[in-house]
Design a protein around this ligand. Structure first.
Ligand code: SAH
Length: 374
């Protein structure tokens, strides 16, 4: 980077402020806890499955529809176990309605976003795990606002349940893939995120019944948390936001690198792939004249190939999306093409990610939850 580049001003923040915990919700409870809660409310345990069926299987969040429950109980159950966690502030669509960005207000006023993306054969939902983010990557809109707080398991799951409800009402579709690539650093909110993954992958009616393989957790590279996830043995896909193959540059554009270096992050990702047999994605946002030089493609290939050649990894190049006030811009097409060519020549499978949603600021790194986009 040039000498004149302004230096980073935002600090790295790990511990989320302990503000107004969101109310406990059905989706925060384990299956046994749900039964206990219903019994404690003076009702037979089987009511727990009835409630779960409505919420996780039928995506019915309106107690008036819970007709197999005594009418007098519905409102009480709703009030006790299903406090509203996400209030829709705004929904914007583009790509002929195939991309929809949702802005949510949480109980304490914090704003977060999720994005639904419909493809011909699947629907992917990009969800948030924190209000804001403390990782301070200077090219990302979310990082600019700092970290407000961690989201709870139920707040995280509610985004997906809402997506399911929308699709079911529209055309009977489902959310097939979930990517933790919205606001926040999921591994800095480890417990709630893993809890959410468990609820999503628990078979219906106790959970959303999704395949772990359809879930991607994307991280800046919190090495101890990646290692912990390796031990969980849940076969979710891991994405590592690398963005630079060398420590000198990565220290600047992904500040967590001052804590855990490229080599350590890549080793942790490699171990994850080895143990889970899930191919890891390396995310690399292409920034003009910053990280897109041909020699960096060669460096990236050797960093990845050093860990063996058994198809453990593939590279996702993300054409950088615009962030207001950012000094970073998108790479030239010819530089991206050369970058891909060099990686593939060295046997590293590479794709250029589409830039879904950029006209409504719904693309990677553009989620700022300000709600002021026209
Ligand atoms: N904190 C997590 C997940 C959220 S971001 C992480 O960093 O992995 C999802 C992806 O979008 C990350 O790879 C992130 O680096 C990338 N990204 C951030 N800002 C971007 C921008 N302006 N253009 C393109 N991708 C960006």
């Amino acid at each position: 980077m040039t000498e004149s580049a302004p230096t980073r001003t935002l600090p790295l923040v790990f511990a989320a402020p302990k503000k107004g915990k969101p109310p406990k919700h059905w989706a925060d409870l384990g299956v046994d806890e749900r039964k206990e809660a219903v019994v404690a409310a003076g009702q037979p345990a089987f009511r727990a499955s009835q409630l779960s069926k409505h919420w996780f299987e039928r995506f019915s969040h309106d107690p008036a529809d819970w007709t197999d429950l005594p009418a007098a109980l519905r409102q009480d159950f709703a009030a006790e176990f299903f406090p509203p966690l996400l209030q829709e502030v705004k929904a914007q669509t583009c790509d002929n309605g195939d991309t929809e960005k949702l802005l949510w207000r949480l109980h304490d006023g914090a704003l977060v976003e999720s994005v639904l993306m419909k493809y011909p054969n699947r629907t992917t939902m990009c969800i948030s795990s924190q209000a804001g983010c403390g990782m301070a990557c200077p090219f990302c809109a979310t990082g600019k606002g700092g970290l407000q707080r961690n989201m709870s398991t139920a707040e995280i799951v509610s985004q997906v349940a809402d997506g399911m409800r929308r699709l079911a009402a529209r055309d009977g579709g489902r959310v097939n893939n979930v990517v933790f690539m919205g606001m926040g650093e999921p591994l800095a909110n480890y417990k709630a995120v893993l809890g959410a993954v468990r609820v999503m992958t628990t078979p219906a009616p106790d959970g959303l019944g999704m395949s772990a393989r359809g879930i991607t957790v994307s991280t800046v590279g919190l090495v101890p948390a990646i290692n912990k996830m390796t031990e969980e043995g849940i076969p979710v896909t891991l994405a590592l936001s690398l963005h630079a193959p060398d420590d000198e540059l990565r220290d600047e554009i992904v500040p967590i690198n001052t804590r855990w270096k490229v080599g350590e992050a890549v080793d942790a990702a490699w171990e994850y792939a080895k143990r889970t047999k899930r191919r890891v994605s390396i995310e690399y946002a292409m920034m003009k004249d910053i990280n897109d030089q041909a020699y960096r493609a060669d460096m990236l290939a050797s960093v990845l190939k050093r860990r063996g050649d058994w198809g453990w990894v593939h590279v996702n190049l993300i054409p950088l999306n615009d962030v207001p006030g950012s000094r970073f811009t998108r790479s030239r097409d010819e530089d991206m093409a050369e970058f891909v060519r060099r990686l593939e020549a060295k046997g590293v499978p590479t794709t250029i990610r589409d830039t879904r949603g950029d006209e409504i600021d719904a693309a990677c790194g553009q989620l700022a939850a300000t709600g002021d986009q026209a």
